[in-house]
Design a protein around this ligand. Sequence first.
Ligand SMILES: Cc1cc2nc3c(=O)[nH]c(=O)nc-3n(C[C@H](O)[C@H](O)[C@H](O)COP(=O)(O)OP(=O)(O)OC[C@H]3O[C@@H](n4cnc5c(N)ncnc54)[C@H](O)[C@@H]3O)c2cc1C
Length: 388
Amino acid sequence: MDRRTLLELFAGIPLAATLGVRTRADRVVVIGGGILGCAVAYRLARRGAEVTLCERDLIGAGASSKSAAWINAHHAKSPQHYFEINRLSTLAWRELEREVDGVRVKWGGRIEWSADEEGTRVLEEAARQQQRWGYPIELVDDAHLQEMVPSLVVDPDLRLAAYAALEGGVDPMGSLHALVAAAEANGAVVRIDTEVTGIDVRGDRVSAVRTSTGTIEADVVVVAAGVDTETIAGWLDVRVPLRAAPGVLGYTSGPGVDLPCIVAGPDVNIVPRPGGSHVIARGFVGEPVYSEQRPSSAVDEAEDVLRLIKRRFRGMDDAPLDTVTLGWRPLPVDGHPVAGFARSVTGLYPLVTHSGYSLAATLSSLAAIEILDGVSVDLLAPYRPTRF
Ligand SMILES: Cc1cc2nc3c(=O)[nH]c(=O)nc-3n(C[C@H](O)[C@H](O)[C@H](O)COP(=O)(O)OP(=O)(O)OC[C@H]3O[C@@H](n4cnc5c(N)ncnc54)[C@H](O)[C@@H]3O)c2cc1C
């Protein structure tokens, strides 16, 4: 047998099986088919665990189908430990894209500037800090900005912008389905239309998950149920306090819409996606955009944003508003991820965060290490559910 055939034969075999390594948690149930649930199900199955993913509705039914899906380590990601896992994830996504057929990201970086002097000062200071942390972010002047994004109408008094090279926009639904397919190819069972209704405990360990389609025995239960994580963890008296933060996005495609990178301007943000669609919103950065709008006014909001986009970019006059979404971000009360085993119940692993796309590639692989290798990953130390 030649080397190539041998490599091809081994390519489909989970590493744990190849090495004959015994994993600690054989049977893992993942609750939630969003980006976190799908990514962790894939990572676990790839390593040889017996994984069942339960999704109440369809894959991506929660926040993950209504997300800008911008992978970033923006300066709003602080302190340094939080910035670092986001930065790591910009690299981990590149690995995931190479590893899993169908995971797609439009790379190209992100350009950002501010309309006023104070905002510019903050941006410059933040970029300098990120440079000290080793992030490839450059300060560019108006001429350079115009060169990078020729269709952009640059403000006459703009002094500088910041360009972060590692960032990109995920094709969210395509990537979710690719991760599910890859998990299944590695033996995971994916049950959609399956609502988890209870978690059984024997002694102090989780033992099974009750669902609308039957009971599934489990050694570990990963609760990646987005905004419902708080309720589900609460069944076992584990606190994962969240606040839900709604956000409206518009989607546009068509003639004139072809940006080389993510543009985060002071009035509008736009994320180009693989396949030619662009996500538009008033703002993605800093504090999440809060709005109590109902879906009817979400359309007004998106139309408003598209009007601003048309003023901000040349050649987009005919860009249509294809779709509008109103999504609810799962947002831990202190703004940071919750990842790690609960203390009071053995085997319960809540996994929830804001910026779930940015972080999914890293969080899923670190969670898989903790679950399968029985170690505590230092990078996750600040994010334990036990902090609440
Ligand atoms: C408008 C908006 C813009 C965003 N922009 C970005 C961005 O640019 N970059 C970024 O990184 N992040 C962004 N986010 C955040 C990101 O989308 C979320 O953090 C991420 O999608 C959360 O994924 P998840 O898997 O944790 O949760 P979800 O996608 O919500 O998935 C949870 C799933 O659990 C299922 N579920 C719940 N209860 C049960 C049950 N009892 N049984 C079975 N299944 C259950 C739900 O049906 C759901 O499908 C944005 C979010 C919004 C709303």
